[in-house]
Write a protein that binds this ligand. Structure first.
Ligand code: HEC
Ligand SMILES: [Cu+2]
Length: 352
């Protein structure tokens, strides 16, 4: 009796926990409130599967309950062997055909959706937006084909339009996942995978690496910033007119720029097209929503990151690769980097 109670209690606690934890989802990081084509398509399949499974579960439970009561031992019952039904063609047919139908009900829409989501033929159409996406330990890089725009961490897209992604990895397998607007796809080293994303509503959608790729895998966050088509045009124009040589406005930032150059940050990072691509492109760093993809964008966080990235993202490729930067210098560099803003199109990050 006690054992049963114990089991029941564990189940109860798990049930409550499951209910409570489902409330922890973020609106912009959930597949259950789809705001894009791929996510909506997946959600329809999720609902279909749940309906089919609930039907199976209820059918079994109802038959089980009926059998339980109907075939209980009756008073004075002597014959315990029920009527034998082996070889009953009607029964055999029913329990073979119904599951086959259910499998088809699940399979046909799934296969149709899979092919639909894999159809990237629209990328060849005129005016289609194609972005080359590179997954790196532990950050994402985006290059807009034909636009000469490079960004890292935040990808801007216009709402209501399919954006085609050509995805590759520079090191190990990652997986590109923006649950609220799209399905997920692995990012491999040796071949380019293609998919498209489309957001229905403006917003900042959270992206996650969904393939264990190293100690900071869970911090490999990125954002998809969906703006109106007009704002997107403006963003493209703003990004294309960036003058990387432009001197910062105030004296601290000017000093920061000099320190940025003196500390060889550019052996890995690029501003505009000057520098290297083995680290996030910092051209529009001041427009980013986060530092290193996941930390709140504040001058303090940024200076801390510059001094000791290892503390925040263990195993990242910036750690230990440049001379010690003093707190004071880091703050000046931070000032400079935060001023690298080239567009007014900044997402409203409240609540994100
Ligand atoms: C050996 C290459 C290397 C050098 C040198 C280097 N970094 Fe980095 N940096 C990286 C890598 C790699 C990342 C991405 C880390 C991650 O998120 O996993 C990064 C991330 C950053 C970020 C966050 C970028 C973003 O998009 O949020 C900032 C800011 C930054 N570095 C500043 C600096 C500064 C300032 C210096 C010079 C003092 C510097 N880095 C030197 C490799 C380097
Ligand atoms: Cu990853």
């Amino acid at each position: 009796m006690k054992g049963w109670m114990g089991k029941f209690r564990a189940l109860f606690i798990l049930g409550v926990l499951a209910l409570v934890l489902t409330g922890c989802g973020k609106e912009n990081l959930t597949a259950f409130v789809p705001k894009g084509y791929g996510a909506e398509s997946s959600m329809k399949l999720i609902i279909l599967s749940i309906v089919v499974m609930t039907f199976v579960f209820l059918s079994v439970m109802i038959i089980y309950t009926i059998v339980l009561f109907r075939f209980r031992e009756k008073k004075g019952q002597e014959d315990y062997i029920p009527k034998q039904v082996e070889g009953n063609k009607t029964l055999e047919t029913i329990w073979t055909v119904i599951p086959i139908i259910l499998v088809f009900v699940l399979a046909i829409p799934t296969v149709i959706a899979t092919f639909d989501l894999a159809d990237v033929s629209g990328a060849a159409e005129e005016g289609a937006i194609s972005v080359d996406v590179t997954g790196n330990q532990y950050w994402w890089h985006f290059e807009y084909q034909g636009e000469e725009i490079q960004t890292s961490q935040d990808m801007y897209i216009p709402v209501g339009e399919k954006v085609y992604l050509n995805m590759i990895s520079s090191d190990v397998i990652h997986s590109f996942w923006v649950p609220t607007i799209a399905g997920k796809m692995d990012v491999n080293v040796e071949n380019t995978n293609q998919m498209y994303i489309e957001a229905y509503e403006e917003g900042v959608y959270w992206g996650k690496c969904a393939e264990l790729c190293g100690p900071s895998h869970s911090l490999m966050d990125f954002k998809v910033v969906a703006v109106s088509p007009e704002e997107y045009e403006q963003w493209v124009a703003d990004m294309q007119s960036v003058d990387p040589e432009e001197e910062p406005q105030d004296a601290v930032a000017v000093e920061g720029k000099e320190l940025f150059e003196a500390n060889n940050c550019m052996t890995c990072h690029a501003i505009g097209s000057t520098g290297s691509n083995v680290a996030p492109n910092l051209t529009n760093f001041g427009n980013r929503t986060k530092v290193a993809g996941f930390m709140e964008m504040t001058p303090e966080n940024l200076a801390d990151w510059i001094q000791d990235p290892e503390k925040f993202k263990p195993g990242n490729n910036m750690t230990g690769t440049y001379p010690d930067v003093s707190k004071e210098d880091a703050e000046k560099i931070a000032e400079y980097l935060m001023q690298l803003k080239h567009t007014e199109i900044t997402p409203d990050v409240a609540g994100n």
